[in-house]
Design a binder for this molecule. Structure first.
Ligand code: NAD
Length: 493
């Protein structure tokens, strides 16, 4: 279903104006159901990025000069404006990304929540103070780092953009956002949202374009001291290398291959629901997807069989239909990549479900949820992020082997543990190499908690106060409260 108000040209937003690329170039934007170009978007160049950074610098003084309360008021108005467009937003996101509409609505709600939460943080967060007896007093002054460069991926694009926009603005930074080129549509709603909320012109700038062009120009720009990046591990590595030129502060939220460890004493029904939802929701295009399921041997055959049955029963369909559980993968290039992994998987493991396009959906990037069992630890489908509705299942014999298998990849983003033993749950949680662990729970995240990964899954943490730490520099001011006793060098003669 084509949403109303679909633009045919998606423009940059620089200094409060909707503008085309300086050189007039554009790129095609496709929808994943018909795989036809429905719009073009401005193709940002270094010149466009330069204009956007200049606009952000121009607005920096005004935005940073507002009190926390004033910024919070505006951020709450941003949340109001997002909520007012909730249905449009979800429709745009679904059309552009192929995410099922019910899940796109949830992402739109979460985007508004991000702004509300960081509005609260802007008001509530104090600065630290330290007193050394009666001699010295030291206090921290948090100052915005400067113009923030935000680079985001195509999975849940609007929500992930909000995740960076809200804390950057709450911290007093002005910014330039470079949305993912496969999914620029929902970002076209930000200009009216920010303008309606009263965000000063130039505080937020959006430059669309290709990663190697507009994204790279942002990373290379000398007046952008900070890059917040969410995307693939390879791109993250490249950005860290490029950022070294100007010694930029970077935050890297990268790929994952997160394990779900299911012990035989687990609540099997709850674990099964969680495994199915965890890897197939958001079309499996989820960084924290539990894409490796490790099951204790006595439960292994039964669990794998039931998982395969559930996967076969997942409703794959047009993203705009309310009953759809898995929609269309974002882009033909990604679809082909996922299909290649399935071909690899057929040679490496036992295919239990899926692996094919559903018969009732002859066009579009559709794939039946896919389950591979008996996956060896050195198999590519065990080691590499597929980022689609594909899950690898393997057995383990004891807790030590479960931990070893859980840690046997380069990634370390999330992990999920299912057991009825409290001690074992905590023990395994502490031993797993990942930034986040859920015990008997799935991906429910309090916005105050740190988010991020270890190993090849990222550097740094965002979320809550961690985001504010990232977007601000902490300056320490020391002041003597009594007479200073300094060794008197050069005073002895
Ligand atoms: P990607 O790395 O291809 O692209 C991400 C962004 O980087 C895009 O905006 C792209 O244009 C830009 N980019 C590409 N090359 C660039 C360059 N040279 N300089 C600057 N910018 C450049 O990633 P993707 O395919 O869009 O997203 C999927 C990946 O994102 C998956 O690996 C997924 O796990 C990861 N991801 C991680 C998290 C997390 O929080 N850890 C969240 C969501 C997605």
């Amino acid at each position: 279903m084509t949403p109303e108000r679909l633009p045919s040209l998606i423009r940059h937003w620089i200094g409060g104006e909707l503008v085309e690329a300086d050189d007039g170039r554009t790129f095609d934007v496709f929808d994943p159901v018909s795989n036809t170009a429905y719009a073009v978007a401005a193709r940002g160049s270094a010149t466009d990025v330069d204009r956007a950074v200049a606009a952000a610098r121009g607005a920096a003084h005004e935005w940073a000069g507002l009190s926390g309360r004033a910024r919070a008021t505006i951020l709450n108005r941003v949340a109001d404006a997002v909520e007012a467009r909730h249905e449009d937003l979800a429709a745009f996101e679904t059309y552009d990304t192929g995410l099922p509409i019910t899940q796109a609505r949830g992402q739109a709600r979460r985007a508004a929540e991000n702004f509300r939460y960081f509005a609260d943080v802007a008001v509530a967060l104090g600065e630290e103070a330290f007193r050394q007896g009666a001699e010295q007093f030291s206090y921290v002054v948090r100052q915005p780092v400067g113009v923030a460069g935000l680079i985001t991926p195509w999975n849940t694009p609007f929500m992930l953009e909000s995740w960076k926009l809200a804390p950057a603005l709450a911290s007093g930074c002005t910014l330039v956002l470079k949305p993912a080129e496969w999914t620029p549509l929902s970002a076209s709603l930000w200009p009216e949202i920010f303008a309606e909320a009263g965000v000063p012109a130039g505080a937020v700038n959006i430059v669309h374009g290709i990663g190697a062009e507009a994204g790279q120009a942002l990373v290379d720009h000398p007046d952008v001291p900070l890059i917040s990046f969410t995307g693939s591990t390879d791109t993250g590595r490249h950005i860290v290398r490029s950022s070294a030129q100007h010694l930029k502060t970077t935050s890297m939220e990268l790929g994952g291959k997160s394990p779900v460890v299911v012990f035989a004493d687990a609540d099997i029904e709850a674990a099964l629901d969680s495994v199915v939802f965890g890897v197939f929701s958001l079309n499996g295009e989820r960084c924290t997807a539990g894409s490796r399921v490790l099951v204790e041997r006595p439960l292994y055959e039964e669990f794998t069989r039931r998982l395969a049955q559930r996967a076969a029963d997942v409703r794959v369909g047009p993203p705009s239909e309310a009953a759809t559980e898995v929609g269309a993968l974002v882009h033909t290039e990604h679809y082909r990549r996922v299909l290649n992994y399935i071909e690899t998987g057929r040679k490496e493991a036992r295919l239990m479900a899926g692996g094919e396009r559903p018969a009732h959906l002859p066009d579009g990037n559709y794939l039946q949820p896919t389950v591979f069992a008996d996956v060896e630890r050195d198999a590519r489908i065990f080691q590499e992020e597929i980022f689609g509705p594909v899950v690898a299942v393997a057995p383990f014999d004891d807790e030590a082997e479960a931990i070893e298998l859980a840690n046997a990849t380069q990634f370390g983003l999330a992990a999920y543990i299912w057991t009825s033993s409290i001690q074992r749950g905590h023990r395994v949680a502490h031993a797993v190499e990942s930034g986040m662990v859920w015990i008997n729970s799935h991906n429910v995240r309090d916005l105050r908690t740190p988010f991020g990964g270890v190993k090849a899954s990222g550097i740094g943490r965002e979320g809550g106060a961690h985001s504010i730490d990232f977007y601000t520099e902490s300056k320490i001011v020391h002041v003597a409260l009594s007479d200073v006793h300094t060794p008197r060098f050069g005073a002895a003669r």
